[in-house]
Write a protein that binds this ligand. Structure first.
Ligand SMILES: [Zn+2]
Ligand SMILES: [Zn+2]
Length: 256
């Protein structure tokens, strides 16, 4: 007897795999375009440390394809709602905002943990080898542990809480992925600082984090540092709190 449930389920998995592959392709295409537009930074890094540049570039493909696609398939099976037909545009927009907020808070906490809790910086260290020259390919040049915990983990938390429609989940992934690449695109530094709203992480904010290590932990959408700063400013005597002592070095040796 033919097990129709099995065929239905495997058909859904194939569809999810295809959708996940399209998302990975969109992210990697954006990366390649911005990488070409950042030719000067790319060449400067390539000349200084060819191995680092090629390793980081390869990690983008490995992380998004080998880990991102299977995690997307699992998320679509367990976290996404299937009844999207009657979803209103307002509900989808609210879900996108909700996912981005939860993602921002989770990423902020995890990222700060990498820097401030002894023993955790080793998982984040590779990403900070990009401190003088930070091309778009630095965006997902992260260890597997960092990719799974800090990049994918916040989506799992947001998905479990919100149970989003597919459109909302896809849009959120693409916004976060685009933000991640854009905040590692040096020629946008001045523009982002001038035109992005104060509650949004700018390219300047994130590249300053690469240069100084102990500032601007938020990325890549809502600026949780800005919220924390506002909160601590109003609940103390009017002075901003300083970040806790980092367990990561304040100044990382260049590109090592
Ligand atoms: Zn970065
Ligand atoms: Zn960091």
């Amino acid at each position: 007897m033919i097990d129709t449930a099995f065929f239905l389920q495997s058909g859904e998995i194939q569809e999810s795999f295809l959708a996940g592959s399209k998302i990975a392709a969109a992210i990697l295409t954006t990366l390649v375009v911005l990488e070409i537009l950042s030719y000067d930074t790319v060449m400067a890094l390539y000349k200084r440390d060819k191995k680092l540049y090629l390793e980081g570039l390869a990690m983008n493909f490995v992380n998004h394809i080998a880990f991102g696609i299977p995690i997307y398939v699992a998320s679509s099976q367990f976290l996404m709602r299937k009844d999207e037909t009657h979803a209103s545009a307002l509900a989808i927009i609210a879900q996108i905002v909700g996912i981005l907020l939860i993602h921002s808070i989770c990423f902020y906490e995890l990222h700060k943990t990498f820097h401030t809790v002894p023993g955790y910086y080793k998982y984040h260290k590779f990403h900070h080898r990009y401190n003088t020259y930070t091309p778009p390919s630095a965006a997902s040049a992260v260890s597997v542990v960092e990719y799974l915990v800090a990049y994918m983990g916040p989506f799992a938390v947001a998905g479990a809480i919100i149970r989003p429609y597919m459109t909302a989940f896809h849009a959120s992934i693409l916004i976060v992925a685009a933000g991640n690449v854009l905040e590692h695109t040096p020629f946008l530094e001045d523009w982002s600082q001038k035109y992005m709203p104060v509650f949004w992480v700018t390219t300047r904010d994130h590249l300053e984090h690469h240069r100084k290590l102990n500032v601007h932990f938020a990325a890549p959408t809502f600026d949780i540092d800005w919220v924390v700063e506002r909160f601590t400013t109003t609940t103390t005597t009017g002075t901003c709190s300083t970040p806790s002592s980092p367990s990561s070095p304040t100044i990382e040796p260049e590109q090592k």
